[in-house]
Design a protein around this ligand. Structure first.
Ligand code: NAD
Length: 255
């Protein structure tokens, strides 16, 4: 489905990362890929994972989105290695641990700005940086969560950042539509990842959601990966500016 297509997935920390499940789905469809990691301490593990479990080894690139020099270097590496891009997946979020517990009203100014910069603004800055490479149109996908529009205990400032992210998806979709670049968000149900475990009470939450989905169970990372594959492929060519839930129907339920 993605033969002769090249793309990049931002935000692999380990094997549990949704970015990794997405990478596996995209790779299985034949895409040529680059994946990014935030910190050199992830590097060895990610290179090993990439070498071992994917048929075609992806490029692995260091990219902390708060470091403009790293973003510039990444763009240059992609230009030199691929010459063009067909899709980009943004699977990055951050809020300090102290912001993900207790009352939202206690969100600090620094905590608010950091969460917004990394979890929302980075979609704007990365899309702008990679725009010259999306030469023949393309697809941009990000990951949001239901906490953008409903109050989820302890999700706090991250819910506000996800609301901003979803608005960014719509504005970018309008900006980039004339270039045939589509911009969409996936909204997965809870999955046990490094970031998710930073939210106070996450494990109990996972159990509660499991009982209440329409499909009767929580989702897997690979279900998110396969929906990302759909959004990166031409099968979704008529869809832009949308938030697509991959949550086993949790968001439609009343009681
Ligand atoms: P994860 O911890 O595996 O991934 C988060 C990634 O963000 C990590 O790779 C981390 O290094 C990266 N990151 C943080 N700060 C960064 C920075 N300054 N520069 C570059 N990268 C940075 O966790 P995940 O659950 O796979 O999260 C991926 C995305 O999915 C996030 O946007 C998250 O909000 C979203 N999401 C997760 C769930 C869930 O339950 N796990 C549900 C809905 C949405």
């Amino acid at each position: 489905m993605l033969e002769n297509k090249t793309g990049i997935v931002f935000g692999v920390a380990n094997q549990r990362s949704l970015a990794w499940s997405i990478t596996e789905s995209l790779a299985s469809a034949g895409a040529e890929l680059a994946v990014t990691y935030q910190d050199t301490r992830f590097e060895k593990k990610i290179k090993k994972m990439a070498g071992e479990s994917l048929e075609k080894e992806p490029l692995t690139i260091l990219c902390d989105v708060t470091d403009e020099k790293q973003v510039d270097r990444l763009t240059q590496t992609l230009e030199n290695s691929f010459g063009k891009l067909d899709f980009m997946v943004h699977s990055i979020a951050f809020a300090g641990k102290e912001e993900l517990e207790g009352a939202f009203i206690n969100t600090s100014r620094d905590g608010f700005l950091k969460a917004m910069e990394i979890s929302a603004y980075s979609l704007v800055s990365l899309s702008r940086a990679l725009l010259p490479l999306l030469k023949e149109g393309g697809s941009i996908v990000t990951l949001t969560y239901l906490g953008s529009s409903r109050v989820i205990p302890n999700y706090n400032v991250m819910g506000v950042a996800k609301a901003a992210l979803e608005a960014i998806v719509r504005y970018l979709a309008s900006d980039l539509g004339p270039r045939r670049i589509r911009v969409n968000a996936l909204s997965p149900g809870p999955v046990n990842t490094l970031s998710a475990r930073g939210i106070k009470g996450f494990t109990g939450f996972l159990e509660q959601v499991d009982q209440k989905t329409a499909l009767g169970q929580n989702i897997s990372g690979r279900e998110v990966g396969d929906t990302a594959l759909f959004l990166c492929s031409d099968l979704s060519r008529g869809i832009t500016g949308e938030v697509i839930y991959v949550d086993a129907g949790y968001n439609i339920m009343g009681l």
